[in-house]
Design a protein. Structure first.
Length: 386
């Protein structure tokens, strides 16, 4: 039986009722050529993303573009993210295919960070419906086949997306805040989306006045519209967080290693007051934004900003999206510290090798993903639209 999004939800519910310990979830970044609607999703966070027990067959946890999405860019690269680490050698154009009706679309398949990507050999036809399918020929690293075939469809528009290919976040994209060593808040912060920390324990999530759920799989806080997870929560949270952290690190490496920048050392990193088009930007110095910065492009366009130093957004200054640009398609790879000044506003997904600090009253539309700690001081963070 071929599963659509709806039937897969039913199948997963049945597995859960039998103790399978799996549910359907998602959260993958959008981007160049990919959906203007983002990844398919049914919930969020470590408590509901796949991972499953050792005996659970893997499932698709998200797909991009969304099922039945329209006006998709012609240079789309369909993606699927899985609930478990998969065996890369099982991914071929036979096990992950794209078709226009009965006609097979030529292309290549790659797998990294829990996500498989189909790259068509050429741009797709305009105003045409395509169907992507992942077969049970793909397996996890333990040899378990995908629980059931998974397929979804989308319809192209008439334009291509500008900029580099998007950075796949894998299951790290299920979180508005994800860190390895500590997450602190000076109340009241306001977070919309799930929060996760690993390998650190819940005691390193401070200032939230956490209330444990009866299952001990997650906690809640009046400051968070979502769930809060930690490495010492009950199963399956630890395994899910391990996967999310691994995906976060893989996304950082991907973003940092993109070659051939369109812009190198632009204005020596002092980019306040500029309007930046889609593309790959690289600096070997710090980025400072001392006045408002505009990121301008269409809904499917992508920006990747690479720096080996810090990034600082000055107090009360703003990053502004225009022309339909979406926060989910803006990626900031920062090797140093990220500091957003009091009352400032930031847009995009920040992948930080060290720490992220949002000072008093700072706000952010995006995801804060740090390999050390995240400090929030009466800050507001909202996960980007899918």
């Amino acid at each position: 039986m071929m599963l659509t999004r709806t039937t897969l939800l039913i199948a997963v519910a049945s597995l859960a009722a039998c103790g399978g310990g799996v549910t359907l979830d998602g959260g993958n970044g959008g981007g160049s050529g990919n959906t203007g609607g983002g990844s398919s999703s049914a919930g969020g966070g470590a408590g509901s993303t796949g991972g499953g027990s050792a005996a659970s067959a893997p499932i698709v946890t998200s797909s991009d573009p969304l099922d039945l999405a329209t006006n998709i860019a012609l240079n789309v690269q369909p993606q699927v993210t899985f609930s478990a680490e998969m065996a890369p050698t099982t991914f071929t154009t036979s096990t992950f295919s794209l078709r226009q009706g009965s006609t097979v679309v030529a292309g290549t398949v790659r797998y990294a960070g829990s996500t498989a990507t189909f790259t068509p050999a050429s741009n797709l036809a305009t105003a045409t419906t395509f169907t992507a399918t992942v077969s049970t020929g793909v397996t996890d690293v333990g040899g378990l086949a995908l629980a059931a075939p998974y397929s979804w469809s989308f319809t192209t528009g008439s334009t291509t997306a500008l900029g580099p290919a998007p950075v796949s976040l894998g299951t790290a994209g299920n979180y508005v805040v994800l860190a390895k060593t500590a997450i602190s808040t000076v109340p009241p912060s306001v977070l919309t989306g799930d929060v996760g920390i690993s390998p650190a324990a819940q005691s390193f999530e401070t200032g939230f006045s956490l209330v444990a759920d009866s299952t001990n799989v997650f906690a809640t806080s009046t400051q968070v519209t979502g769930k809060i997870y930690a490495a010492n929560d009950a199963v399956p949270t630890p395994a899910h967080l391990t996967t999310a952290i691994s995906n976060m690190e893989a996304a950082y490496t991907d973003a940092a290693s993109r070659p051939t920048p369109d812009h190198l050392e632009l204005l020596s990193g002092s980019i306040g007051g500029q309007t930046l088009a889609p593309g790959l930007y690289k600096w070997t110095s710090a980025i400072t934004i001392a006045s408002d910065l505009t990121i301008s492009g269409a809904a499917n366009d992508v920006w990747i900003f690479q720096t080996t130093g810090d990034i600082t957004l000055a107090a009360s200054k703003h990053i502004i999206l225009s022309g339909g640009a979406q926060a989910k398609n803006v990626f900031w790879q920062v090797a140093g510290q990220a500091t957003f000044g009091a009352g400032s506003h930031f847009e995009g997904v920040i992948l930080c090798k060290t720490g992220i600090t949002l000072q008093t009253g700072a706000s952010m539309n995006g995801r804060a993903l740090a390999q050390t700690e995240i400090a929030l001081q009466q800050a507001t963070l909202v996960q980007p639209a899918p």
